[in-house]
Design a protein around this ligand. Structure first.
Ligand SMILES: Nc1ncnc2c1ncn2[C@@H]1O[C@H](COP(=O)(O)OP(=O)(O)O)[C@@H](O)[C@H]1O
Ligand SMILES: [Mg+2]
Length: 294
């Protein structure tokens, strides 16, 4: 810009909120398998720095959508842009450069069963980075500890891990290349409610401290309430609603109404309301943070 201001700076000076930076843009996406269309005319955006939750009934195509965005399922048509690049127009070299900026945690963890946790975390490093074995080891241990695993877990095989440990190991592998953008497919499924809440907290902490953008498929209402900034809801092969939780609650779509106003949802809503009331009472008391939370 001629006045030396960035677009963001200029917007701030003009008193406007800067428009969010879109790091994934999907337009008119059509995808599926032989004779079976799963996604039709789907549009979505992921903004830098947000946790975007993706919800939808079982079998609506959340995993297929994620895999299509990642290029693991071939799309039939439509546009997928990542970091401003049309994925169709990349050279193999550019494609690898983009892959390095992305971390993925698949639905079932998908660790290599014949490799230890540490070796699993090192797989993307060996594929993309030229580092000495010692440096790889050190970095892998760092990722393992970052996800709250005991260092002893590093030398265990996937079959020796609990469900929660498997999720953490898969997350450590997803973080191996210090990604900017993380795709998580049902990260808390199969965990008990406490394990799931701890995992949500871990994702939120990592997202803040590492400045990550997260696209998270989930059907966990707790996760949607506690860590998602925005939500996209899938039904009828496309995105039927996108926005903060308030937009989901306000939607008249039958699936969204059933999902966000059903029996389980009401329990969570009242728990959130209670937490909110307790929080505002604490503030009114002049109470700051809880002991031990600083
Ligand atoms: N490799 C595949 N070949 C054919 N059909 C598939 C394949 N993977 C998924 N599907 C179908 O696509 C639909 C959406 O699946 P999926 O994306 O896994 O749903 P979910 O929303 O539960 O993640 C389902 O009907 C599923 O059977
Ligand atoms: Mg799925």
């Amino acid at each position: 810009m001629s006045n030396g201001l960035t677009t963001t700076g200029a917007a701030a000076l003009a008193g406007q909120a800067a428009p969010p930076e879109i790091i994934v843009r999907v337009r008119n996406l059509i995808a599926g398998f032989a004779g079976k269309l799963i996604i039709k005319d789907l549009d979505l955006e992921v903004y830098r720095g947000e946790v975007l939750g993706c919800v939808g009934g079982s079998g609506t195509g959340k995993t297929v959508l994620t895999r299509t965005i990642l290029g693991l399922v071939r799309k039939q048509s439509g546009l997928i842009e990542m970091f401003g690049n049309d994925l169709d127009s990349l050279s193999p070299r550019e494609q690898r450069a983009i892959e390095r900026r992305i971390g993925v945690m698949f639905q079932q963890g998908a660790l290599f069963s014949g490799l230890t946790v540490k070796q699993n975390v090192e797989v993307p490093m060996r594929e993309h980075l030229r580092l000495s074995a010692r440096l790889c080891d050190e970095l892998a241990m760092l990722k393992i500890e970052l996800t709250g695993l005991d260092p002893d877990a590093a030398n265990k095989y996937p079959s020796e891990l609990s469900g929660g440990m498997t999720k953490r190991a898969a997350l450590a592998r997803a973080l191996a290349l210090d990604p900017e953008l993380l795709f998580l497919d049902e990260p808390t499924s199969g965990l008990d409610p406490i394990g799931a809440a701890e995992f949500d907290e871990l994702i939120a902490t990592l997202q803040h401290t590492l400045g990550l953008t997260v696209f998270m498929v989930t059907h966990d209402l707790d996760s949607l309430y506690s860590i998602c900034d925005r939500i996209v809801a899938l039904a009828d092969r496309k995105v039927i609603a996108a926005g903060p939780i308030s937009a989901m609650l306000a939607s008249e779509h039958p699936w969204l109404r059933a999902y966000f106003h059903g029996k389980r949802a009401r329990r969570i809503e009242s728990a959130v309301a209670l937490q909110f009331r307790e929080g505002s009472m604490k503030e009114a008391d002049g109470g700051g943070s809880l002991p031990g939370t600083m």
